[in-house]
Design a protein around this ligand. Sequence first.
Ligand code: ATR
Length: 273
Amino acid sequence: MMLARYAVIGNPIEHSKSPLIHTAFARQTGEQLSYTRILGDPLRFEQQVSSFFQQDGQGLNVTVPFKERAWRLADSLGESARSAQAVNTLLAMPDGSLHGENTDGVGLVRDLTINHNRRLGGSRILLLGAGGAAKGVAGPLLAQAPALLLLANRTASKAQQLAQRLDHPGRVEWCGLEDLEGRTFDLIINATAAGLDAAVPALPEGILEPGGWVYDLMYASQPTAFVRWGEKQQAGQCLDGLGMLVEQAAESFFLWRGVRPDTAPVIAMLSGG
Ligand code: ATR
């Protein structure tokens, strides 16, 4: 029997954990599928996607730097992909068209609310960054009805653009990183790329409420710079993006197969637990 074909496409791709995660989900749920890595070529990403689906591919995960190109390429979009202006999950539809979804934001929300039992309704949330990662999670965070979602970015105008697109005056605000003095938050989420240089956006002392939480969308085998910053602030919890990584994968798996895998054993496996 031909196995249903799935893959992740990105560049670089060799360190992607998606094959490991989806293979674990398939084993756990008894779904018969293969899941491989494709090194995306910036000159012919669109052709690579078409030929994958022409050769019986059923679904693709799309990662850096192609999520926006996948959003342009998809024939139809789910609400999350429309609001993120980025696609991380492509599905082959029965009529041969390609449907795009974005499971990153749902993944973050599920990690916080289900895995860590954190209520987001009524919270004061600071989202750092206004690039691709921030765009992917802002809409789903807002859907949790926080008291405030403040978008703060080094380049303030980009935070302004994102806030305007979310179009929830009163609940969504924006500012530059230098405008955070004197403000406090229950949850601070790092969606900047500063961690790639082991840096942390400069934040004023006392910005985290006592017992407040810190979440870094980045994930590494060692505690990230932002997680270490949170520990110094004596945050109630300091989480990195591992849970989100597994949850966004589970959401993709569910969209493709109609079966929801149990994420806890896979998170435990990846964290070496
Ligand atoms: P990604 O897809 O990871 O979000 P991106 O779209 O290039 O990548 O966005 C990177 C984000 O990290 C931006 O918000 C960027 O701020 P600018 O818009 O001002 O460039 C932010 N960023 C990168 N390095 C940073 C640093 N050292 N301190 C603070 N913010 C940083």
